[in-house]
Design a protein. Sequence first.
Length: 270
Amino acid sequence: MRTAAELLAAYHEQVRAVLPSKQPEGVVVDRDGPLVRVSGGKHHGYVVYRDLAGLTGADLDALIERTRDYFSSRNEAVEWKTHDYDEPADLPDRLRAAGFVAGEVETVVIGLAEELTDEPELPAGVSIRQVSEPVDFERIAALHTEIWNEDWSWLAKDLADRQAAYPDHIAIFVAEAGSQLITPAWLVRDPGNEFATLWGGATRPGWRGQGIYRAMVARRAQFATRVGARYLQVDASADSAPILQRLGFVAVTTTTPYVWTPPGGQGPAV
C-alpha cells in the first residue's frame, strides 16, 4: 500500500485539471488562466484546475467573477470544487462572496484496485450484473429518486448517453434480487489513465449492512484490474468514507463543492 502522501501526489498529477479525452456532444471546454471551464453538459457546468497559479486578492476575485459571469451568460449552474490544500487559504471565503454556496464536505479516498478485489458472499438471492440497456438506466434513476427524495430522472439519459458515446469509459453494475433493484454503481475511467472513479452505491433500505456495498466495490475493482486502472478514487460522503476506509481506501484530502446557480434557476445535486 502506498502512503497517503504518495497517493495524493498521484491524484494531484493525474486527476486534477485533467479532463476525459472524450466529452459528450454539446460540451464546450474553455480556459481562463489556470481554470478549465466545462459547460453545455446535460446537468451543470464545472471547473477544474491543478492550482490557481499564485493568484490572490483582487486578481483571484476577478477570476471567480469572470467564471460566474461566463456561466451566467449561458444560464447554467456551475460547480467549483475546492480541496483543503488549495492556495490561497481564503479561496472559500472569496467564492462565497461571489455568490457560490458550499455543499457537503467530501473526503477523497484512494485505493489500489488489486487490493480491493476480494468479494464477500452475497445474501441469498442477490446477484450482480453489468448493464448497458436504457431500461436499466431508468431503474437506476428511479431508485436514486426514491432514496434521495429528489429528482434524479436526468441520470437515466446521462448514463445512456455516456454508454452509447464512449462505452470503454464507463462500466455500470446493479445488484438485484429477482426483479428488485438493490444497489446501482458505476465506474468511470479514461483509458491510459491509472485512475478510475467510483460512483453510485446507494442501497435500498432493508438491504443495508449485508455486504452488498462492499461487493459492488469489489466487482468494480475486478473490472478495473482487467482494463489496466491501478487506482480507485471516490469523493466520499461522511457516511461512505468510513466504510471505504475499512475496505482499504486511504483518505488523502477533503473537497467541498461550491455551487453558483443563475437567479431563478435550480442548482445541481452535489
